[in-house]
Write a protein that binds this ligand. Structure first.
Ligand SMILES: NC(=O)c1ccc[n+]([C@@H]2O[C@H](COP(=O)([O-])OP(=O)(O)OC[C@H]3O[C@@H](n4cnc5c(N)ncnc54)[C@H](OP(=O)(O)O)[C@@H]3O)[C@@H](O)[C@H]2O)c1
Length: 255
């Protein structure tokens, strides 16, 4: 995720230096390939010497292990913690880092192509100015969607954060089942997929209206749609159920 963030930001703010800390220093050196303005620092506290947005793009266990020095520096410099850890709710973050300004973000890897989708929530300590500054930084690389509840965050976030992986798997299976392996043929299918999604978004038409524009009675599309209606509900219900179980397992581990 950090690679994706710094790659996206390089394209928008090529002259802006970004401080990065990772316990494995070589990983930060590797990031210079994606953004030459990376400035490697030696500890978490160095990230917030001045007022900053401090993105925590590490697992929950790493966030829980942050030392009190880090929290004091965040408060002293009036910095904002931006947690990207999935499953860690805004209430839990506020409990772990009391009195600090916190944004909970759930991004996806498409930050790197400036087409990310990011769900967010804030705690009550965040000011309108903080939020405006953060959205000014992120809007050029991602669509930002504020979740109204933890339930909405998880429900939508499952598909947006995992989407690049999950949708790629689905399209890949589609190509296999339709016996498409040649690169030129794959490009033709990808293009049809993108243009169909653009049509869905731009026209704002309901799915059944678009399907009826394509499927003639007794025709080829209709045969595919009828078959899809037989198998897809079970297939996607199963995927959704598996992901819900994983999410629940993570949430229970946090307790
Ligand atoms: N991948 C995604 O598409 C995605 C989407 C949304 C949210 N996220 C969230 O983003 C965070 C990072 O995910 P990622 O995909 O970037 O994972 P990743 O590639 O495995 O990177 C994890 C990073 O966290 C560091 N780390 C691991 N355990 C740590 C600990 N206990 N203390 C300090 N640092 C630790 C690792 O450092 P070392 O190199 O030293 O091991 C590594 O730099 C996770 O919280 C994940 O839920 C990821």
């Amino acid at each position: 995720m950090t690679k994706s963030l710094v790659t996206g930001l390089r394209q928008i703010f090529p002259d802006k230096s970004i401080k990065v800390y990772n316990r494995t220093a070589d990983k930060v050196v590797e990031l210079l390939t994606y953004n030459p303005k990376i400035n490697r620092v030696d500890n978490y506290t160095d990230l917030c010497r001045d007022s900053s947005f401090v993105f925590l793009i590490i697992p929950t266990s790493g966030i829980f292990a942050l030392e009190t020095d880090f929290v004091s520096s965040i408060l002293k410099s009036d910095s904002v913690i931006v947690s990207c850890a999935n499953s860690l709710t805004i209430d839990k973050l506020t409990e772990v880092f009391p009195e600090t300004k916190i944004v909970r973000l759930l991004p996806n890897i498409n930050w790197q192509i400036k087409q990310g989708t990011t769900i967010f929530q804030t705690n009550s300590t965040i000011s309108t100015t903080d939020l405006t500054e953060l959205t000014d930084i992120l809007t050029p690389i991602t669509k930002l969607i504020e979740a109204k509840s933890d339930h909405e965050f998880d429900m939508l976030g499952k598909l947006t954060s995992c989407g690049p992986g999950l949708f790629t798997k689905i399209v890949d299976q589609l190509l296999t089942s339709f016996d498409i392996s040649d690169d030129m043929q794959k490009q033709a299918v990808y293009h049809t997929l993108i243009s169909t999604l653009n049509y869905l978004i731009d026209s704002e038409k309901p799915a059944d209206k678009i399907i009826s524009e394509v499927a003639n009675k007794g025709g080829l599309t209709e045969s595919g749609i009828i078959a899809a209606e037989k198998v897809l509900p079970d297939c996607f219900d199963f995927i959704s159920k598996s992901m819900n179980e994983k999410l629940l397992e993570r949430q229970q581990n946090l307790k």
